[in-house]
Design a binder for this molecule. Structure first.
Ligand SMILES: Cc1ncc(COP(=O)(O)O)c(C=O)c1O
Length: 290
């Protein structure tokens, strides 16, 4: 049986202020966003019917829009309410939420001063797939050949569609070689992040993570740093070079989708998911359902 596609489903999508039947949530082929990557989005997760850090995600959507030079035409309160409305309409309890804001089809060309900003919010079921025991084995990563760009070349800290071109290329290359994901360095050769998640290392019992000065400062990343501090773990945010991975005993990824995912290896560097990773996995699991 063919996999269920994302355009052909039952349900409702919130689009420009109202719920529309899922299959009718369409845009024209001459939409600016499709040609020029003028779109920003979020990835959120509902646990027990409630989106974890909903306000932070919707605020980041608005902030990302500003970094691309446009105003999302809804307040953060309106976006929160719309999210809850679409979750309810689709009876989603444990699910993923995907808001997106994009430039429409009023104008076609690099300049798009007259284009309208559209917003849609979709949601679908997404239960937890892996048991903590299975997760604790850790995933295997390779090194990506693409690097996170210099913030002087692109709005690097926006959650903008254009920035995902190198993520998809890196993820595809990793998967084709039998890895789950790839670690990306930044333009300076420092450790940056995975293709859709931030990265942490345990070195001498302390938690070290790259400073997010040219990539997404994940909402999960910030939650996990707070949880680590509550446990009195020392957290160091700093520039990290790839050969430092040789000193790390544990490694994990954080992200809305990844949650806290232990890493068993990155290229030839091996890690053993241990107490710190396990504790933070458990703390995060509790926090999202609190
Ligand atoms: C490139 C990238 N980095 C990091 C993250 C983690 O961000 P968050 O924890 O806000 O989901 C994501 C996930 O959206 C991402 O796509």
């Amino acid at each position: 049986m063919a996999a269920q596609t994302f355009d052909d489903r039952d349900g409702w999508i919130w689009m420009n202020g109202k719920l529309v039947p899922w299959r009718d949530a369409k845009i024209h082929v001459l939409s600016h966003a499709l040609h020029y990557a003028s779109a920003v989005f979020e990835g959120e997760r509902a646990y027990g019917g409630k989106v974890y850090k909903l306000r932070e995600h919707n605020q980041r959507l608005i902030d990302s829009g500003k970094m691309l030079g446009f105003d999302v035409p809804y307040t953060v309160e309106q976006l929160d309410a719309a999210t809850n409305e679409v979750l309810k309409a689709n009876n989603i309890v444990d699910g993923y939420v995907r808001p997106i804001a994009w430039r429409g089809s009023e104008q076609m060309g690099v300049s798009c001063q007259a284009s309208k900003i559209n917003v849609a919010i979709a949601t679908w079921e997404w239960p937890a797939y892996f048991s903590p025991e299975a997760k604790l084995k850790g995933i295997k990563l390779t090194m990506a050949k693409w690097r996170r760009p210099d913030p002087a070349t692109i709005p690097a800290k926006a959650k903008a569609t254009g920035l995902y071109m190198i993520c998809t290329l890196s993820k595809h290359e990793a998967e084709a070689a039998g890895y789950a994901d790839a670690l990306m360095l930044d333009w300076r050769g420092q450790i940056a992040e995975a293709t859709g998640a931030n990265v942490f290392f345990v070195i001498n019992g302390e938690i070290h993570t790259p400073k997010p000065d040219c990539f997404l400062d994940g909402i999960t990343r910030r939650s996990v740093i707070d949880l680590a501090k509550k446990r009195q773990y020392k957290v160091v945010e700093r520039a990290m070079l790839p050969d430092e991975m040789g000193k790390a005993t544990e490694c994990f990824l954080t992200g809305t989708a990844a949650e806290v995912t232990p890493v068993a290896s990155i290229a030839d560097y091996k890690f053993t998911p241990g107490a710190i990773t396990k504790n933070l996995m458990e703390d995060y699991e509790k926090a999202v359902r609190a």
